[in-house]
Design a protein. Structure first.
Length: 221
């Protein structure tokens, strides 16, 4: 355990940019309010539970990330929070797919898609929890593969939700993918003291989340 904690400590940036975590901290109240609005305005019981799943995964993602990146937790705390932070990425992927699938696909289709994404998310969570020190080049493609799992259903999304919904889904996916690439390459790194590559990654996740939120909002109404 001591060796594992030491390896995690070595992965933490030696100099944390001063804006590290603040973007996701700002998204905590924003996502909370947006999620409540989405749930309250959902038109059917199915839409309510699907939007609730999505909102809870968003709250977990931004809340855990803010706590992890804003604080100084020591080796053990870093090890625990890093696991939670990276696990939440798999959760938000599956959580985002949930309302899109339920709202835009037939029951047979959405049950298959949700089995795929939630099984993939659980496998991914186990991977990150058990191997927290895995190299970025190994686990980042796992996020990308799971995130693009619904791509074969885009024609069905278009038929049920229209061009605006599909465009926003694709834009959000591309923004998340760009963020994953920035995270894996650790480039660009515009200002290591204030706004480094990790902040670029966080900015892209916020933009991607916003695009997907609007798509889900439109689909739910």
């Amino acid at each position: 355990m001591a060796d594992l904690v030491g390896r995690v400590a070595d992965l933490v940036d030696p100099i944390k940019p001063r804006l590290r975590g603040w973007l996701h901290a700002g998204m905590v109240p924003a996502s909370l309010a947006a999620g409540i609005v989405l749930i309250c305005l959902a038109g059917t019981p199915q839409a309510v539970w699907a939007c609730t799943v999505y909102s809870v995964t968003a709250w977990l993602l931004f809340g855990t990330s803010a706590v992890y990146h804003l604080g100084t937790w020591g080796p053990l705390g870093e090890a625990v929070l890093r696991r939670l932070d990276h696990s939440n990425i798999f959760l938000i992927i599956a959580g985002t797919c949930t309302p899109l699938a339920v709202l835009l696909l037939s029951p047979d289709q959405w049950s298959v898609l949700l089995w795929i994404v939630w099984t993939g998310a659980l496998v991914g969570i186990a991977f990150r929890v058990l191997w927290v020190g895995a190299p970025r080049w190994l686990y980042t493609p796992c996020y990308l593969a799971l995130g693009w799992a619904p791509v074969r259903y885009l024609p069905d999304f278009l038929h049920s939700g229209g061009a605006a919904v599909v465009s926003l889904v694709v834009i959000g996916g591309l923004l998340y993918s760009a963020g994953a690439v920035v995270y894996a390459l650790q480039r660009p790194n515009p200002s290591p003291r204030w706004f480094g590559f990790h902040e670029v990654f966080h900015a892209l996740t916020v933009a991607a989340f916003t695009a997907h939120y609007i798509a889900i909002f439109l689909a739910a109404h």
